[in-house]
Design a protein around this ligand. Sequence first.
Ligand SMILES: Nc1ncnc2c1ncn2[C@@H]1O[C@H](COP(=O)(O)OP(=O)(O)OP(=O)(O)O)[C@@H](O)[C@H]1O
Ligand SMILES: N[C@@H](CCO)C(=O)O
Length: 320
Amino acid sequence: MAVYTEVPDGELNTFLAQYDLGNVVACKGIAEGVENSNYLLRTTLGTYILTLYEKRVAREDLPFFLGLMEHLAAKGLSCPTPIHARDGQTLHELCGRPAVIVSFLEGMWPRRPTERHCQQLGAALADLHLKGRDFTLSRANALSLAGWQKLVEATKDRADEVEPGLGKVIVDELAFLNAHWPKDLEIGVIHADLFPDNVFFLNDRLSGLIDFYFACTDFLAYDLAVCLNAWCFEPDHSFNITKARLMVQAYQSVRPVPSVETAALPLLCRGSALRFLLTRLYDWLNHPPGAFVKPKDPREYLRKLRFHQGAASAGAYGIG
Ligand SMILES: Nc1ncnc2c1ncn2[C@@H]1O[C@H](COP(=O)(O)OP(=O)(O)OP(=O)(O)O)[C@@H](O)[C@H]1O
Ligand SMILES: N[C@@H](CCO)C(=O)O
C-alpha cells in the first residue's frame, strides 16, 4: 500500500488552485509502488498523477529527476512530464511533503514479460539513452560500488539469517567487483530501475516508462544489465537466452553497442545483481514487523548473481 500521507480535501483544493488544471473530480490513492505516496487525480480538465515524496527520495535530487522527465518527454519519450503551476515551478509542498503533479500514462505493466516485451524494452532503453545525451544535469549513482560497500557493512553480520553463507558471498563479491569494475565505458543518463512494473504496454505495444527516482549518471551498459536481470529470468529461475538476445539486438538497432560494452556485460550483470540483492537484503532485515509493504525476496537476486558468476563471457547470454 503506497499511500503514506493522506491528503485532506481542503489541502488538495488549495494545492490544485496553484495550477491551471481545473477542479478536483476525484483523487484516489494508488496501492502499487513502495517509495512514495501516489494518487490518481481526476480534474475537470484531465487525469494526472499526484506524487508526494516520502523519506527515501532526497529533496536535493528532485530537480534532477523532474528535470530529466521533462527533458525526455519534450524529446518525445513516453514518460510522465511534471506539470508547471502558474508560478512556473513544478515542485511544491503538500501536507508537509514535496509534491508534484505529472502527466498520466495509459497502459499496464506486464505481469508475465514475453519475448516481444523484452524486444520493445531494449529499443526503448536505447532511445532513453540517446535522448538523455544532452541533458545537462548529472547525479552520481548512489547505488554503485561505494553505496554497495555501505550496504555490505550494514547487512553482512545478519545476512546468514536469510540464507546460510550469504554474508561471505556479499563480502567476496564486492571485493571481486571492486577489483574488476570497468572504468572506461560510455557514461550518460540511465534509468537504473527499469523493471517490468515500471514499463507500460497498451495492446502489446510499449506505451511508457515511469519511476525515474533511481535515475543517475553511470555506464549506459549498466542499465542494460539491470534489464537483463529484471526481464530475462523465468519463474523457474532459468535464464531465457532468447529474451536476452532479442532485448540486446533491439537495443543495438537504436544505439550500437561497442564491443567493450558487450564484453563487460557479464561483469555489469554481477554488479546489478549485487545491487538488488543488497537493497532487498537491507529492507528484509530492517522492515518493521507488521508493515504494510512486504519486502522483496533477496534470494531471487542471490540466484541471479550465482548465474552470472558462472558466465564466462557474453556468449552465455546469447550475445556477442
Ligand atoms: N505517470 C503515470 N501514469 C499512470 N500511472 C502511474 C504513473 N505514475 C505512477 N503510476 C501508477 O502508480 C504506481 C506506482 O508508481 P511508482 O512505481 O512510481 O511508485 P513508487 O512508490 O514511486 O516507486 P516504486 O515502484 O519504486 O515503489 C504504478 O505502478 C502505476 O500504477
Ligand atoms: N525494483 C526494485 C525495487 C524498487 O526500486 C527491486 O525489485 O528490488
